[in-house]
Write a protein that binds this ligand. Sequence first.
Ligand SMILES: [Zn+2]
Length: 360
Amino acid sequence: MEQYNPVKHKVVDGHLHIEAWENKDGVPFTHYFEEYRKEMGLHAIDIAALPSGYGADVTSNLWCAIYKLLNKNTFAHGGLLYDQYPLGQSLPSDMDFVTQLHELMEIGFDGVKMLEGKPTLNKTIGKNLLHKEYDKFFAEAEKLGTHILFHVNDPKEFWDESKVSQDVIDHGWFYGDGTYSTHEELYEQVYAILAKHPTLCVTFAHFFFKSETPKDLEELFEKYPNVNVDLTPGWEMYISFYNNREYYKSFFEKYSTRIELGTDSTFPYDTEAFCWLVDRVYRFVACDDVVKAFGDRCEAGLNLSDEARDNIICKNHERRVGKEPKEINKNALVRYFNKYKHLMIESDVEKINKIFNEIL
Ligand SMILES: [Zn+2]
């Protein structure tokens, strides 16, 4: 792995995940990102829960809340729960999405993470993003000004058998067999949500998969004041950025208040990999160093102006999510756990009980 250096400015990594109780060496999740944060000199991190899909459940929200409670300079986005897969047409009355939004905010989450626009999860929960339950949820989030970190879509070639790589197929991300929403349908659903909720504060992960069609983003930015994108790779994004360097340099300057740094680094993977990743994203924005980066290309960063750089690496997160992380309300957290623990596997309930006994 090539060299990386601590960052030289105030940086927030706005997009991380926790996926396990401990890593392969038995190190628990509870303070894991601190080594990464300190080694790289990051000001703060923001962990996004993924309680639905990939065999996850409400435990993911609890991990994030516990991490936030135990570590300063940590923001977290909670996620919506689904009682079962696949989901039927109606949720139990005490699990509607608006109630869940209020519960997450009461606990002290700084926003909501949605993976519901990723084709796999979108298919599993069997729910069109225009479902009336989501509509109520988006209306409430818009009213409260709650920040949503939203994964919608995936690269277009994931639907195209002639272009999709074996690696992507092995991940289960080939969507061209007719059983998934199409690339266009997912965008259309989100455009309809924005048309109905035009001041929704939302950051679309992975540049909204628009690096080949950035004019779409320009239109969205002009139309909707609180629409943003993040820079979590997606290596394909960076290939487009490199191939259209001059265009993107002015795009990033012009829309610097709409773009946010993030890495998607996920516990239990290696801290060294997290460091490398944030170094490359940071350098892409802030420097013109020629280093081996995404897709193994040696490329110089955009070396943006100080103002644009600071917007992207820190200030946009402060503006959208907050300068300081919200405090965790311990009573609300316990209430939440007690309400939803029947959705968890028993050994996870025991582990959470043990942690609560130690820290609450
Ligand atoms: Zn992510």
